[in-house]
Design a binder for this molecule. Structure first.
Ligand code: GLA
Length: 610
C-alpha cells in the first residue's frame, strides 16, 4: 500500500512516497540514487537521480539490497571467524574482569548482533604446567581459574576462544607483551608440547572453549616441523570429540598448502600494529594468496586495529608502533580484511569503542562481503603502481554480481579508470557503495573514480551481463608447493630446487609473475577456476620468460598432457600458444614439468576461437 510520508533521509526533499520499506524521495541536492538507513530497515530512492520510468525497477533493487543487509548467520564454520581478541589492546595484561566486561559489551552494544560472537583470550592466562602435568592459570589474572570466564561468555550467547603454542613456551614469555614491560613468566612451559591430549581435553571438554589459536614462538625455539606438529595438534583436537572447535595456526607466514587440511585459518604475516605502514604491509603480503582460500579455510591477516585512531590509541603497545590510523586508513583496513575474507577479530577495547568505528564494523554490507557464502578471497584484477583493483564474486560463482575494491596504497590521490571488461562484467552496471550504504549510479564501459591516499572504495557491482574472464594472472593461480616458510630454500623433498612463488617482475602484466616453477610434479601452477560459458574450441596463450629453451606440459582437468615449449626470451616475455576444446563450465588448467625448470609464467589468456 502506498502512502504519503514525511522525508527522513534528506533535507531538500519535496515528495515522499513509500512502498513498504522503500521510500521515494525527491532530493536534487543529494548525489546518490539510493541510500539505506543506518538501521537497515528502509531504503530511500532519490527520484531526482533516476528516470521516473524506472521507479519500479529501483524499488525492486532497493528491496534486494535491503535483504542483503540482513544479519549474517553467526559462527558459520564455512565463513571467516568473527569476534574479538585480547592481544592488540591488552597484551598479557588480561583478567577475568576484562574478558567478561568485553563479552558483556559485545552482547549488548550491537557487535554480537552483527556477527561478532567469538571472545578470544590470547597469551597471558596461564601459569605453566604443574608437576602433575595439568595446565595452571595465572594466580592474579584468573584467580578463579577459567571455568567461570568461559561459562560467563557462553551465558551471554557468545563463544569462547583460547590460546597456546605448538612448543613449550609462549611468545609472551619471550617478548614483552605487558604494559609493565618484561617477559611473562607464566608462559614458560605453558605450551601444548608434551601436553596435547591433556590440554585439549581441558580446553574443549572440561572448560568448553570453542576456538584455539596456536602460536609458534615455542615451536620455533624447539625447531619443530610445522606440518607435523600442527597436524598432531589438529588430531588432538579431533580426539576430544568436539568437531565444532575452530583452529587457527599462527606461524606468521603462509605455511604451505597442507594447512587447509589442518586448520580453519592461518596467519600469513608478522604481527600487526596500529599504524598505516603495518596495515599496508599486511595487505601487500596477502594480495596474491587468493587461490589458497576456500570455504572454511582462510588466510588470516591478523587481529584488527580498527578503533585505534590517531591521537586516541589505547593499547599496551603504544611505545611499540601503535601510533594509530586515520579514519580513511581505518576504513581501508576493515574493508580490505572483509574483501580478502580474513577472520574479523576486533582488537580494540570494545567497551569504549569510538562510535564511527562501531558503525564501520557493524556495517552489514561490508560484513556480508566478508561472510559471503562462496568463501572466496578477492584477487587483484588490475594494478597501476600502488593502486589496485580487487574483485570477487558475490552470492553466486560466475554470476552478474561482484564485490570490488579500489585500493589506493599510495601517498597521493589516484584516479582509477575502472573498465567493466577487466572485471568480467558487461552491459549496464549498478554500483552500490558498501561503506556509504548507497547506490551511487550506473556506468557502462568504464568509470573514473578518485580515491584519496591510503583510502579505498568498496562496491557491489550488479551487471547486466557476466562475461568470461580473458586474463588469468599467474599470481592468482594455485601453486601446489607454495610456502613462505624457508622461502627460497630447497624444497623438503631434497630435490635442490626452490619452490614456485609470486615475484615482482618488471614487464609482467600486473607487475608480478610466478617464478621457480618445475623440477617436481608438485611444483606446478594450476588455475582451478577456468570458466567458459560456451563450449567449443579455445585458444590459450601463456606469457612466459626463460633464459633458454624450456619444456613443460599442460593438462586440462587432469587429462592428457600437451607438450609446450618456451623459446629464449631475453629481457621479456614471449607467448606460447595452444588450443583446446572446452565444454561449457569450470575447468582446471595445470602447467608442470616434473624433471626440469619451467619458464616463468606471467599470465594465461583465454579466448574463444572463431
Ligand atoms: C605472537 C602472535 C600474536 C600474539 C602474541 C602473544 O606474537 O603473532 O598474535 O598472539 O604472540 O604473545
Amino acid at each position: 500500500m502506498k502512502k504519503m510520508m514525511m522525508a527522513l533521509a534528506c533535507s531538500a526533499v519535496s515528495v515522499v512516497v513509500a512502498d513498504g520499506p522503500v521510500q521515494f524521495v525527491d532530493c536534487p541536492k543529494c548525489d546518490k540514487r539510493m541510500r539505506i538507513s543506518e538501521n537497515g530497515r528502509e531504503a530511500f530512492v532519490n527520484l531526482s537521480r533516476i528516470d521516473p520510468e524506472r521507479k519500479a525497477e529501483m524499488a525492486e533493487r532497493a528491496k534486494r539490497l535491503l535483504a542483503l543487509g540482513a544479519p549474517v548467520s553467526p559462527a558459520n564454520p564455512k565463513t571467516p571467524l568473527m569476534g574479538w581478541s585480547s592481544w592488540n589492546t591488552f597484551g598479557v595484561d588480561i583478567s577475568e574482569e576484562v574478558i567478561l566486561g568485553i563479552a558483556r559489551a559485545m552482547a549488548t552494544n550491537g557487535l554480537k548482533d552483527a556477527g561478532y560472537v567469538y571472545v578470544n583470550i590470547d597469551d597471558g592466562f596461564f601459569w605453566g604446567h604443574g608437576p602433575d602435568g595439568r595446565l595452571r592459570f595465572h594466580p592474579e589474572r584468573f584467580p578463579n581459574g577459567m571455568k567461570g570466564t568461559v561459562d560467563g561468555i557462553h551465558a551471554l550467547g557468545l563463544k569462547a576462544g583460547t590460546y597456546s603454542d605448538a612448543g613449550a613456551d609462549t611468545c609472551g614469555s619471550m617478548w614483552s607483551g605487558s604494559g609493565s614491560g618484561g617477559k611473562d613468566t607464566g608462559g614458560v612451559g605453558a605450551g601444548l608440547y608434551g601436553h596435547d591430549a591433556a590440554d585439549c581435553a581441558l580446553h574443549f571438554n572440561e572448560l568448553g572453549f570453542d576456538f584455539i589459536k596456536v602460536d609458534y614462538c615455542g615451536g620455533k625455539k624447539l625447531k619443530l616441523d610445522e606440518r607435523m606438529r600442527y597436524t598432531e595438534i589438529a588430531d588432538a583436537i579431533k580426539a576430544t570429540g568436539r568437531s565444532d572447535v575452530r583452529f587457527n595456526i599462527c606461524r606468521w607466514a603462509f605455511p604451505g598448502t597442507w594447512v587447509a587440511d589442518v586448520a580453519g585459518s592461518w596467519r600469513t604475516t608478522g604481527d600487526i600494529r596500529a599504524n598505516w605502514k603495518s596495515v599496508r604491509r599486511i595487505i601487500a603480503e596477502n594480495l596474491y594468496l587468493s587461490a589458497y582460500a576456500s570455504p572454511g579455510h582462510f588466510n588470516d591477516l591478523d587481529m584488527l586495529e580498527v578503533g585505534q585512531i590517531e591521537g586516541a590509541v589505547k593499547s599496551v603497545f603504544g611505545k611499540h608502533g601503535d601510533t594509530g590510523l586515520t579514519l580513511d586508513e581505518e576504513t581501508t583496513h576493515f574493508g580490505m580484511w572483509c574483501i580478502m575474507s580474513s577472520p574479523l577479530l576486533l582488537g580494540c577495547d570494545v567497551r569504549t569503542m569510538p562510535p564511527a568505528t562501531k558503525k564501520l564494523v557493524t556495517n552489514p554490507y561490508l560484513v556480508r562481503m566478508n561472510q559471503d557464502p562462496l568463501g572466496l578471497q578477492a584477487y587483484v584484477a588490475v594494478r597501476e603502481g600502488d593502486a589496485y583493483v580487487l574483485v570477487k564474486d558475490a552470492d553466486e560463482r560466475f554470476g552478474r554480481s561482484r564485490y570490488v575494491a579500489l585500493y589506493n596504497a599510495g601517498d597521493s590521490e589516484h584516479e582509477f579508470t575502472v573498465t567493466a571488461k577487466s572485471l568480467d562484467l558487461g552491459g549496464k552496471i549498478a554500483a552500490f557503495d558498501l561503506v556509504e550504504r548507497a547506490d551511487v549510479g550506473e556506468f557502462e564501459g568504464n568509470v573514473a573514480v578518485k580515491v584519496r591516499p591510503h583510502a579505498a572504495k568498496f562496491y557491489r557491482f550488479d551487471a547486466e551481463r557476466r562475461i568470461d574472464r580473458g586474463a588469468y594472472e599467474a599470481e592468482t593461480a594455485y601453486l601446489t608447493d607454495y610456502s613462505e616458510i624457508g622461502e627460497g630454500s630447497a624444497a623438503p623433498e631434497g630435490s635442490g630446487r626452490k619452490r614456485a612463488r609470486w615475484t615482482e617482475t618488471a614487464g609482467a602484466s600486473g607487475g608480478v609473475a610466478v617464478t621457480d616453477l618445475g623440477g617436481r610434479a608438485s611444483n606446478d601452477i594450476v588455475w582451478k577456476d577456468v570458466h567458459v560459458s560456451e563450449g567449443g574450441p579455445y585458444r590459450l596463450v601463456f606469457r612466459c620468460a626463460s633464459p633458454e629453451r624450456r619444456f613443460f606440459s599442460m593438462q586440462v582437468d587432469g587429462g592428457a598432457a600437451t607438450p609446450l615449449v618456451s623459446e629464449p626470451s631475453p629481457g621479456g616475455f614471449a607467448d606460447v600458444s595452444t588450443e583446446v576444446v572446452l565444454s561449457a563450465g569450470t575447468h582446471s588448467v595445470r602447467l608442470s614439468n616434473a624433471d626440469a625448470s619451467m619458464p616463468d609464467v606471467d599470465v594465461m589468456y583465454l579466448a574463444r576461437k572463431e
